[in-house]
Design a protein around this ligand. Structure first.
Ligand SMILES: Nc1ncnc2c1ncn2[C@@H]1O[C@H](COP(=O)(O)OP(=O)(O)O)[C@@H](O)[C@H]1O
Ligand SMILES: [Mg+2]
Length: 255
């Protein structure tokens, strides 16, 4: 087994509510994430998915435990991590930084210090890859929900990120929007990117997952091949087995 991309061991994070009580958001998470896999992390609302993502991205400190990125403690390799890992936040609007689609995509590579011509080339490539070329001069806020997710991914690809985490990628999307996101996932997989999806909407995307992790109140309850994890699913995890309506794991997609 090659060295994992991320090795997470005994990771804990607790929030205090101000009135003596505390919320254990993550309680001793152990997880190895491998390069090139499509990992689906599922769990009910509040199970800790977003907090885990923020810690992996170096945007939030854990209270205990360790995260290694390619064998190095995360906080010692933050610049490398920033170039490697792109996040698509649940709230697509919060991620918009440019006045136009092209400007928005350019933001990341500019920040990484690429020369003007290289930025322009990367923006053009990303526009084409995500099917946004005809919208390059449009204000991002007027895009549809699916297009906004495509825009966020375009910005990440323009930076050259090899790993992409999408937090609730189907939230507030209509059917065409969901299809657009699934096409992105398919494309990213084909390109050999590492794709991490945080969602409880298994029926839309499970067919794409190499591996399924179930988080429940900050604890990894299951981790393995999707069908095997679903076979072991317990009601208390708050995740529904999509095979009940869709058939097999391979049928669980809206594409
Ligand atoms: N900034 C915060 N302050 C206090 N509690 C938080 C904060 N962020 C998350 N939490 C709590 O941590 C737990 C996990 O949250 P989160 O990771 O957002 O869950 P999920 O993304 O799975 O819905 C929840 O109980 C949530 O209320
Ligand atoms: Mg969340």
């Amino acid at each position: 087994m090659p060295m994992p991309l991320f090795s997470i061991s005994n990771l804990t994070k607790t929030f205090s509510t101000g009135d003596e009580t505390t919320i254990p958001a993550l309680s001793g998470i152990n997880l190895a994430i491998h390069s090139g896999e499509c990992l689906l992390i599922s769990g009910a609302n509040g199970s800790g998915k977003t907090v885990l993502m923020l810690i992996l991205a170096g945007l939030m400190d854990a209270d205990g435990g360790e995260v290694l990125f390619r064998g190095q403690p995360l906080n010692t390799v933050l610049p490398e991590l920033r170039r490697h890992l792109g996040l698509v936040f649940q709230d697509a609007d919060a991620q918009i930084v440019g006045e136009t689609v092209a400007e928005d995509i350019a933001f990341g590579p500019k920040n990484l210090g690429f020369a003007k011509a290289a930025v322009a080339e990367r923006v053009q490539e990303a526009l084409t890859a995500l099917g946004l070329a005809d919208k390059r001069d449009r204000p991002p806020r007027n895009l549809s929900g699916g297009e906004k997710r495509r825009l966020a991914v375009a910005g990440i690809l323009a930076m050259g990120c090899e790993t992409i985490i999408m937090d609730e990628p189907f939230a507030n999307l209509d059917w065409p929007g969901v299809v657009q996101v699934l096409e992105i996932v398919r494309q990213l997989k084909q390109e050999g990117k590492t794709v991490i999806l945080l969602t409880h909407e298994l029926e839309k995307v499970l067919a794409f997952a190499d591996r399924l992790v179930i988080l429940d109140r900050g604890i990894v309850r299951e981790d393995g091949k999707p069908a095997e994890v679903l076979d072991r699913l317990k009601d208390e995890y708050g995740v529904r087995d999509p095979r009940k309506s869709y058939g097999t794991v391979e049928d669980c997609t809206w594409l």
